[in-house]
Design a protein around this ligand. Structure first.
Ligand SMILES: Cc1cc2nc3c(=O)[nH]c(=O)nc-3n(C[C@H](O)[C@H](O)[C@H](O)COP(=O)(O)OP(=O)(O)OC[C@H]3O[C@@H](n4cnc5c(N)ncnc54)[C@H](O)[C@@H]3O)c2cc1C
Length: 273
């Protein structure tokens, strides 16, 4: 709903949003990002480009990238998520919004109960939709399994947690998200540093977000990065976007989010409004 509202605002201000428009690569000329080449081969020119595509793809597809930077970018790895949604024919299964599942016998890592989010999500609808999360690398056999077998595994595992007792499962749906978790493996900071420095050297290009900047961001940090990137362009501020993420909360705590942008605060402590 937040993103739908943002999209409305962009359109109201005369902006255009192109959905389902995959970008193949960013085009640079004389050290400046100037265009996007789309997967269908067309090229569109822009004054500034803010990228949230996975950083390794952004960098390896840029023209004339030094070999050392390309190799470093290839060391940045992502992990995938499989979401198995199950529609359970029961309303009051358990009171939590989500539960982390720590059991060597089960492969799921988390279960979310959307019944316990805002009531307007369900209205008068009966039952509960649960999402089971499975984390997998590209070469894990589970990543390649088809929806039917993943739904069967989800049903089996959910039943064995005892969370749904004998409640019938009415339906299932699988959604796979590739490259959704940056992997903080040993040495990733050393690999990220030359990539970050190279991207900084390209005018008019800015990498943001969880995959775009390879930061274990939550949504608030990703939105903050986007807002600050916009401020850097529109207000010529010099926010260091690489300083924002959940590991370095000081950055966020030392700024106050106001209606017109970010204002520095003098005192310490949590100051996010
Ligand atoms: C399963 C799961 C649960 C989560 N739960 C929470 C939570 O409870 N709370 C929370 O705060 N955060 C949560 N997060 C994290 C949150 O979703 C991310 O931090 C946030 O969405 C990152 O925003 P972003 O803009 O960087 O990336 P995204 O929201 O993923 O946006 C990146 C966009 O770039 C597009 N893109 C990528 N490549 C290309 C290309 N080549 N061409 C065109 N477009 C492209 C993608 O399609 C996508 O729309 C969760 C994440 C996952 C995976």
């Amino acid at each position: 709903m937040i993103y739908e509202r943002m999209a409305e605002r962009v359109r109201e201000a005369g902006g255009t949003i192109h959905l389902e428009t995959p970008v193949r690569r960013v085009v640079t000329r004389e050290g400046r990002a100037c265009a996007l080449e789309l997967e269908d081969g067309t090229e569109r020119c822009f004054d500034y480009i803010i990228s949230s595509m996975p950083i390794s793809l952004l960098v390896t597809r840029l023209p004339e990238v030094p070999d050392a930077v390309r190799e470093a970018a290839q060391c940045l790895r992502f992990r995938n998520t499989i979401l198995v949604y199950l529609h359970v024919a029961e309303d009051g299964l358990f009171p939590d919004q989500w539960l982390y599942i720590h059991s060597a016998d089960l492969r799921m890592g988390r279960v979310t109960n959307f019944r316990n989010w805002v009531p307007s999500l369900y209205g008068d609808a009966a039952g509960s939709i649960l999402a089971l999360e499975y984390w997998a690398n590209d070469d894990d056999p589970m990543w390649k399994e088809d929806s039917e077998s993943l739904i069967r595994m989800g049903e089996r595992e959910l039943r064995s947690t005892g969370l749904i007792q004998d409640a019938p499962i009415l339906d299932g749906y699988v959604h796979k998200i590739r490259r959704c978790y940056p992997v903080y493996n040993r040495g990733y900071r050393e690999a990220l540093a030359p990539v970050r420095d190279y991207l900084r050297s390209i005018d008019g290009l800015c990498a943001i977000g969880r995959y775009g900047a390879f930061k274990y961001n939550n949504q608030d940090h990703s939105i903050l990065m986007g807002s600050m990137a916009a401020e850097n362009i529109v207000k010529s501020t010099e926010h260091d976007l690489w300083a924002i993420n959940t590991d370095y909360d000081d950055y966020q705590e030392s700024a106050l989010i106001t209606e017109s942008g970010l204002a520095p605060v003098e005192t310490g402590g949590a100051a996010v409004a």
